[in-house]
Design a protein around this ligand. Structure first.
Ligand SMILES: *[C@@H]1O[C@H](CO)[C@@H](O)[C@H](O)[C@H]1NC(C)=O
Ligand SMILES: *[C@@H]1O[C@H](CO)[C@@H](O)[C@H](O)[C@H]1NC(C)=O
Ligand SMILES: *[C@@H]1O[C@H](CO)[C@@H](O)[C@H](O)[C@H]1NC(C)=O
Ligand SMILES: *[C@@H]1O[C@H](CO)[C@@H](O)[C@H](O)[C@H]1NC(C)=O
Length: 334
């Protein structure tokens, strides 16, 4: 036996101990992951897929989308990765600037095109935006996020559109591949993980609406009707029973499994017509929704206030990269 043997044995023992610790740590991590269901029943099918590249602006309709931790994606087209900010680099939305809803985006390769009936078409090359600058901070719902500035032309375009002076607003682009930090108020009741906040959505990276629930709501509305678009979902499901989604804790679409983080509690945004940008004079459908869709459970009610619920906010729990196509069956645990 050589002199080195004791050292080799000690080293092997250390490696062995490290290996065991690593194995135990992995087991611990595994045990912390929620167990995903594996028995499913079909409740409906995917009728529409929408992606909103610019927060509060119009949707892009897709026939299929990739699912990522940050939300739906088709190449450079990603959900809520751009937003308009004011002079303080704070986000603005269609709640105060309904004209934003009439901005029609499209994305081809890395070129973002924005159209509005009153404006000349604006193009922004997102690849260039990334290349030429360093991120700066902006805020969305009180959370600081790194963003790239989309330049002077985009700033002038949005400033003119919103009828303010020529440099009040800027278009910015989310400068991270990770979910943004969690809003403090979000922690109060719902169990968010660090992957559940997306880029720039209000709260959660995937949003699903059950068409049957919207139809049921319409049956209660007098001389006014809404469509799923009033609720700005990513996915519209048809074929399910009205409000059945209240019971969907997990949802499987294609190979993708989502967990419901929270019901979507609705605000004044739903009362702005997505086609015209006009606010409903009677604050519908929000008033009617409030009459029968407020959260009853006392603790959850504290977190949600009196906002009524419609739709689900979900996070991806399967591996990123799965695809969802129109007409895909939608499953929930059996
Ligand atoms: C979606 O599919 C329809 C019907 O096949 C086709 O006309 C349309 O161009 C497709 N849209 C996109 C965005 O690929
Ligand atoms: C914006 O300005 C144009 C031209 O001055 C005017 O026609 C339009 O009504 C204004 N829009 C708003 C929302 O004030
Ligand atoms: C995000 O990931 C892409 C592809 O891996 C990379 O090219 C890019 O630099 C990353 N962006 C940031 C802000 O880290
Ligand atoms: C977050 O997502 C990444 C990428 O998919 C994954 O590796 C990681 O385990 C996730 N973390 C949590 C806490 O779910």
């Amino acid at each position: 036996m050589s002199d080195k043997a004791p050292y080799v044995t000690a080293a092997a023992a250390t490696i062995g101990a490290l290996g065991a610790a690593y194995y135990a740590y992995n087991l611990y991590q595994e045990s912390r992951k929620p167990k995903l269901p594996n028995e499913w029943k079909q409740v409906g099918t995917i009728k529409d897929i929408y992606v909103y590249p610019v927060k509060s602006c119009g949707p892009v309709l897709l026939n299929k989308t990739e699912c990522t931790t940050l939300g739906p994606r088709d190449g450079w087209l990603r959900d809520r990765v751009l937003m308009v900010v004011d002079e303080k680099n704070n986000f603005i939305t269609a709640r105060a600037y309904p004209e934003l809803l009439l901005v029609q985006p499209s994305v081809k390769s890395s070129i973002l095109t924005l159209k509005h009936s009153d404006m000349e078409t604006l193009t922004v090359n997102l690849a260039e935006v990334i290349e030429i600058q360093n991120p700066k901070p902006a805020t969305v719902w009180g959370v600081t996020v790194p963003v790239y500035d989309c330049g002077g032309d985009a700033s002038e375009w949005f400033s003119r559109l919103l009828n303010r002076s020529a440099d009040n607003f800027r278009l910015v682009y989310y400068a991270s591949n990770k979910s943004r930090e969690l809003r403090k108020s979000s922690k109060k009741f719902y169990k968010f993980t660090k992957n559940d906040t997306g880029a720039l959505p209000d709260e959660v990276p995937f949003h699903l609406i059950n068409e049957a629930s919207v139809n049921e709501l319409n049956s209660r509305l007098k001389d006014y009707q809404v469509t799923p678009r009033n609720f700005r979902p990513n996915f519209v499901v048809n074929g399910a029973k009205p409000y059945d989604e209240d019971n969907w804790k997990y949802i499987k679409i294609g190979e993708n499994i989502f967990e419901t983080i929270k019901p979507c509690t609705r605000c004044i945004m739903t009362t702005i017509d997505p086609e015209t940008g006009i606010r409903n004079a009677k604050t519908e459908p929000l008033e009617t929704l409030k009459s029968y869709r407020q959260i009853a459970e006392p603790e959850e009610r504290k977190a949600a206030g009196n906002s009524p619920r419609m739709g689900l906010q979900m996070s991806l729990r399967s591996e990123p990269g799965g695809v969802i196509s129109l007409n895909d069956p939608v499953y929930v645990p059996q």
